[in-house]
Design a protein around this ligand. Structure first.
Ligand SMILES: [Ca+2]
Ligand SMILES: [Ca+2]
Length: 369
């Protein structure tokens, strides 16, 4: 369980490392106090400890509000600083110092320096951007080649004036007496942004990718995983084709067509006593466009009266020419009826297997005595 707990702690620490636990932090001298703008203290009036060389002289803010250490409350990146001067500073730059011991007496080490800025002597607060990694507890200062900044009004409680030095080295201390040091204060405030990925760029205004120490620009776009593109491949099979299944015939909606209907001869006898000049029986001829069943209706024609249905019967019809022998006898029910002499009309209609019926065709014939 101990191992698991350690692992969880490591994971949590990692999560916190990339997720700032705090926002930007301001700290330093109160620049809103009236008559609290800084002045310049000529470096030439200060005696430094032996070996002083290099970068001008710097005023370091050590205490605020009486006895509160002016140590940076958090670490991150010093992304800007503010200064308020009643005397113009043609050129000067911010500096950071670590301190071993109390701010007023501990050993100072120069940590970093910003670039030169020009500060108007208008007693207004001026802010300047910079970028210097900072750790909690560090002190902020400002240096010029010839003078140190200081103020005597406001919450003046302590300031150290040192001779500038290169980062990583100890600056030489100005030998100001205690009363003088406690009567002055550097008019400085610092602005610290978190630096979760530790890349030295403030995560709020300087680092567009606070989760990636390799860049302070936009986070790299993850390389998208290539997705297979649809397309032919060498072994691609041809598109599946619908196998030919049983062919479902289109429904037959075409009716048979009947033509060339004739009774030949159209005059005939039905009995053996017929005269020799007249044939016995006849033949019904017609042409059908398709096979089916021929429904034949026989109607007796009567002068001045409606035709009188006599019989109706079916015969198979073939596609093409049809010839049906007709002897003048018809089936009426279960009886066979011999047509009486007279004039008749024969009406023909052919139906196909689907039930489509042809138009009717008709012809006349005569049963002779
Ligand atoms: Ca960062
Ligand atoms: Ca980054």
């Amino acid at each position: 369980m101990r191992g698991v707990g350690t692992a969880v702690a490591v994971l949590l620490a990692g999560a916190l490392a990339v997720s700032p636990a705090y926002g930007a932090t301001d700290w330093g001298a109160d620049l809103t106090l009236p008559n609290s703008a800084g002045q310049l203290l000529d470096c030439a009036t200060v005696t430094f400890s032996a070996g002083a060389s290099g970068d001008g002289c710097a005023g370091i803010l050590t205490y605020i509000n009486g006895s509160v250490a002016a140590s940076a409350p958090v670490g991150g990146v010093l992304t800007s600083f503010s200064i308020k001067m009643q005397t113009a500073v043609p050129a000067g730059h911010v500096m950071l110092f670590s301190v071993s011991g109390t701010p007023d007496n501990g050993t100072l080490t120069t940590v970093g320096a910003g670039t030169d800025v020009s500060v108007p002597g208008d007693s207004a607060v001026h802010a300047f951007n910079t970028r210097i990694p900072i750790a909690a507890g560090m002190l902020i200062g400002f240096t010029t080649p010839t003078a140190a900044v200081y103020r005597t009004n406001g919450d003046s409680t302590n300031e150290r004036i040192v001779h500038g030095s290169s980062p990583g080295t100890q600056p030489q201390e100005g030998n100001l007496d205690v009363a003088t040091r406690q009567a002055i204060q550097a008019p400085l405030r610092g602005h610290i942004e978190p630096d979760a990925d530790g890349d030295g760029y403030g995560d709020e205004t300087q680092d567009a990718c606070p989760s990636d120490a390799t860049t302070h620009g936009a986070c790299p776009t993850p390389t998208p995983t290539p997705t297979p593109q649809p397309g032919p491949s060498p072994d691609a099979s041809p598109p599946a084709q619908t196998p030919p299944g049983p062919q479902v015939p289109a429904p037959d909606t075409t009716a048979p067509a009947v033509s060339h209907l004739t009774m030949s001869p159209p005059r005939f006898r039905v009995n053996k006593r017929a005269r020799a000049s007249l044939a016995k029986g006849s033949s019904l001829r017609f042409t059908s466009s398709e096979a089916g069943t021929a429904t034949i209706s026989i109607l007796k024609l009567r002068p001045h009266r409606k035709p009188d249905p006599v019989a109706q019967f079916n015969k198979p019809a073939v596609a093409g020419a049809n010839r049906i022998a007709f002897a003048g006898r018809v089936h009426v029910g279960s009886l066979v009826k011999t047509l009486a002499p007279g004039n008749y009309q024969l009406v023909l209609r052919v139906s196909d297997a689907a039930g489509n019926k042809s138009k009717t065709a008709s012809c006349r014939f005569t049963i002779a005595r």
